[in-house]
Design a protein around this ligand. Structure first.
Ligand code: SAH
Ligand code: SF4
Ligand code: F3S
Length: 473
């Protein structure tokens, strides 16, 4: 048993990162068994679930949607805010009931919650029916844990200090059109509110040639789009011996000629001119940047440990707008950080007015055990924070709609991803600037980039129709 330790997780080891090939041991013991997998959290967790599915697929297991009839139940969890925890604990009630009826069912809990010390303590004391707890650094071992799972025993294997970089992972990808590609694991920024550096360990970049090889293979398979993934993509390469940075990686990936390249998430602190120039230079790097600001108050930004001021953010924002034609920029904002006053909050509203973001994810601060901000004095009542969130969302939605309305009567390239669930005569997809469009078009357009005339604009989506004659590229 290896339980997580927050103090250890905070340390940054100087142990060299080992680059290893994924080694899966084959056995037919679990072949034909049904698994239920539920994923919470960010794109990184979604992509980790594609690794989990790859392992289960390799062992001959089959996915099912109905948890009640599953042989194996796996929850890939998120720890970013308290409500992410609550959702998982809500599910555990149902799982406990299933285990009473069918004790042979194997239950495994993975993801970022498993990396939290107090959560694992709670599992040990209050949820003994969970068989396996695995972390974010040992997903590749899941097959072995399942094969060795003994009835009535708990197997907890979570590494506080990060593991190695595993290459040649057998992902079972959810889409045949768009694919996630990890470029850097972990995060060394330690923003004072954030649990991620503890749950994902230190920054570890994949080697540039491995990433390019993966993108080339995806292109060969017919993928239209890759999204380069990292908690902080701009930090790419800083830990490698080779002298490469994110801009070099962008160029190398662009040269594969895969039709569309995206990347998340960018930290304003590491965004260099060279990166902006690379995005502007290549047509297949999409003009869309998710650039979290978190707050518009310099005092709060400092308490958050964000390493930039409101003015520095604005300058970067303006530079991107000037140099990257047609760029769309979205952001993340936290309201109610400990000590945030009405005047701090107004500075946040002020930056929303001046940047006029294409979209923003907005959150109420949620204290995460073990992070510095969880210990800061916080006098603002929850009702006040909710009111600030409501006021913020009203402005944020106003500007997303305004930006969407600018596209009315314009023709934009849309990568079609699937058929609309509500209306079979429609398909949906995303513009180069990452706006969701519902399009009147036949399903033969799925997987293609088509020119769409925008006919209606709302806050969170657009409507459009195919330009005649239809251009399919
Ligand atoms: N690595 C990314 C974001 C990771 S988490 C970045 O640095 O931008 C996604 C978003 O969740 C963050 O941008 C932040 O806005 C929000 N978030 C993180 N921790 C939070 C907390 N403790 N309470 C509320 N929101 C939080
Ligand atoms: Fe969290 Fe900050 Fe790292 Fe983003 S950059 S993952 S917010 S610590
Ligand atoms: Fe959640 Fe972990 Fe992602 S905490 S947001 S799943 S990195």
């Amino acid at each position: 048993m290896n339980v997580p330790n927050l103090k250890e997780a905070r340390k940054r080891s100087d142990k060299p990162v080992l680059y290893k090939e994924e080694q899966l041991l084959y056995s037919n013991e679990l072949a034909g068994k049904k698994y239920f997998l539920r994923t919470y959290g960010c794109q990184m967790n979604e992509h980790d679930s594609e690794e989990i599915k790859g392992i289960l697929d390799f062992l001959g297991m089959e996915p099912i949607e109905d948890m009640e009839s599953a042989d194996v139940i796996i929850l890939n969890t998120c720890a970013i805010r308290e409500n992410a925890h609550d959702k998982v604990f809500g599910y555990l009630g149902r799982i406990k009931h299933i285990k009473k009826e069918r004790p042979e069912v194997i239950v495994a809990l993975g993801g970022c919650m498993s990396q939290e010390e107090h959560i694992v303590e709670e599992i040990l004391t209050r949820h003994p029916y969970i068989n396996i707890v695995f972390g974010t650094h040992n997903i590749h071992e899941l097959g072995n844990y399942l094969l060795n799972c003994l009835p009535g025993k708990q197997d907890i294997e979570v590494y506080s200090i990060e593991g190695d970089v595993i290459e040649n992972v057998r992902y079972k990808r959810d889409s045949k059109i768009t694919a996630w590609v990890n470029i850097i694991y972990g995060c060394d920024k330690f923003c004072t509110y954030c649990i991620v550096p503890y749950t994902r360990g230190k920054e570890r970049s994949r080697k540039l040639d491995q990433i390019v090889k993966e993108v080339e293979a995806l292109k060969q398979e017919g993928y239209q789009e890759v999204t380069l993934l990292g908690q902080n993509v701009n930090a790419y390469g800083h830990d490698l011996d080779e002298n490469v940075e994110f801009a070099d990686l962008l160029e190398a990936v662009a040269k594969t000629n895969i039709p569309r390249i995206r990347f998340v998430t960018s930290h304003p602190w590491n965004f260099t001119d060279k990166m902006i120039d690379a995005i502007a230079k290549y047509d297949n790097i999409m003009p869309y940047i998710h650039l979290p600001i978190q707050s518009g108050s310099d005092r709060i930004l400092k308490l958050m440990g964000r390493r930039y001021t409101k003015e520095e953010y604005k300058e970067l924002y303006q530079k991107m707008k000037e140099r990257i034609p047609n760029v769309a920029i979205t952001t993340d904002i936290i309201v109610g950080f400990p000590g945030e006053t009405e005047s701090d909050f107004e500075s946040t509203l002020d930056i929303v007015e001046s940047c006029q973001f294409d979209g923003a994810f907005t959150f109420i601060f949620s204290p995460r055990e073990g992070t510095p901000a969880a210990k800061m004095q916080d006098d603002t009542p929850l009702e006040e924070k909710e009111e600030r969130l409501r006021r913020l969302n009203e402005r944020v939605n106003y500007y997303s709609r305004l930006n969407n309305e600018k596209l009315l009567e314009h023709t934009v390239p849309v990568l079609i991803l699937g058929q609309s669930e509500k209306d079979a005569s429609k398909v949906y997809g995303y513009t180069d600037t990452m706006k969701l469009v519902n399009v009147e078009a036949p399903k033969e357009t799925i997987g293609k980039i088509i020119d769409v005339l925008i006919t209606d604009a709302k806050s969170f989506s657009l409507d459009g129709k195919v330009k005649e004659p239809m251009k399919v590229s």
